[in-house]
Write a protein that binds this ligand. Structure first.
Ligand SMILES: *Cc1c(COP(=O)(O)O)cnc(C)c1O
Length: 346
């Protein structure tokens, strides 16, 4: 049975590896005199570790960030485990032992995690300090705890809450992080995500941690000109149908044709991350606009083929995925659009 090969899928994401590499290099140059790492959590924001991590490594990335311990092994197939940091840190002895066995660095987020790490035998780690997001990270007060002085700290980091906005909170967090840097001895210091890099040189320190912008997201206007689209999803036309006046389309018949009109059933739905909030959008073929009609179903959508009556079953249609534009049109964040890409597309 194992050698029965399934036919090609009817939906796919084309990845522009050159754009991914160029985005990393651009963010790296903006991170000077520091360097850019790469956030590769959530399967490279939905685009696939196996496709993206080798490209990032070849472009020059040497520091990789995942959220879960379960994500380490997949990334470690492409880069040394010692270059992988785990954002959630070790909450149990089992996680600390796994970190030591595989050789990835835990990011210590609390005194509890510092104890867990020390009890497992310790070793090189990173430390997250909370400078105002009130999420993961040691508090400023925790930093003077003797447990922290005993850690072997590679990178002291913090995370900005509102880097994608012009907010006074950014400067407040910068001031807190500078204070933390004066209190904690580490080999390197790191504050900025993609948007933080764009705020300005004060924010880059030794290492930055871009994610979104690597994959084509544009969190701040300063990045618009340089960041290129990386992911180009496409779905195949499954069937053509000529609608007559009065024909209703899809669940609950929310669209009624008022003239004779060619329609196309397309192989992408909300199970593929194409959520109903994208219902006002249009697919495209060779630049020709194909408006969606009716509701998005789990596995398909219906488009008006008036602008491309020549299309046949099996032809590929473009799913709009310029992230800033698509996010604005459908009310999802650029992060949600990327990480929502379903498994059937990969
Ligand atoms: C996800 C994450 C990043 C990457 O952020 P982007 O906004 O995607 O660039 C950086 N640092 C931490 C701590 C993160 O959780």
């Amino acid at each position: 049975m194992n050698d029965i090969v399934p036919p090609p899928a009817t939906l796919r994401v084309n990845l522009d590896s050159n754009a991914l590499a160029a985005n990393w290099r651009h963010l790296d140059s903006m991170s000077a005199p520091g360097r850019a790492g790469a956030a590769v959590k959530a399967d490279c924001y939905g685009l696939g570790v196996d496709r993206c991590v080798p490209v990032l490594r070849k472009a020059g990335a040497r520091d990789f960030f995942v959220a879960h311990w379960s994500e380490v092994a997949d990334v470690a197939r492409h880069v040394p485990a010692a270059s992988i940091s785990v954002l959630h840190g070790p909450i149990s002895a089992a996680e600390a032992e796994y970190a030591r066995a595989i050789g990835a660095r835990p990011i210590i987020n609390s005194l509890h995690q510092a104890r867990v790490w020390a009890a497992a035998g310790g070793g090189p780690c990173d430390v997250m300090v909370d400078s105002g997001i009130n999420r993961l990270g040691l508090s400023m007060e925790d930093l003077s705890d003797p447990l922290v002085a005993e850690l072997e700290i590679n990178t002291l980091m913090s995370h900005l809450a509102s880097a994608d906005e012009q907010s006074p909170d950014n400067h407040r967090q910068l001031v807190q992080f500078r204070r933390a840097r004066s209190m904690v001895k580490a080999d390197r210091y790191s504050l900025a995500n993609s948007a933080g890099i764009a705020i300005g040189q004060d924010y880059v320190f030794d290492l930055t941690r871009p994610g979104l912008a690597l994959y084509g997201g544009v969190p701040r206007p300063e990045l618009t000109a340089q960041i290129r689209q990386v992911a180009y999803p496409q779905a195949a036309l499954l069937l053509r149908r000529d609608l007559k006046p009065g024909d209703k389309v899809g669940y609950n018949g929310t669209y009624t044709a008022d003239h004779v009109m060619p329609s196309g059933i397309v192989s992408i739905g909300y199970a593929d991350g194409f959520l109903r909030s994208r219902g006002g959008e249009a697919l495209a073929h060779d630049g020709r606009v194909l408006p969606l009609i009716g509701k998005v179903s789990m596995d398909m959508v219906v488009v008006d083929l008036t602008n491309a009556p020549d299309l046949q079953e099996g032809d590929w249609l473009d799913i709009p995925f310029d992230l800033p534009g698509a996010a604005q049109r459908c009310g999802l964040s650029q992060y949600e659009l990327l990480t929502g890409i379903g498994h059937r597309l990969r």
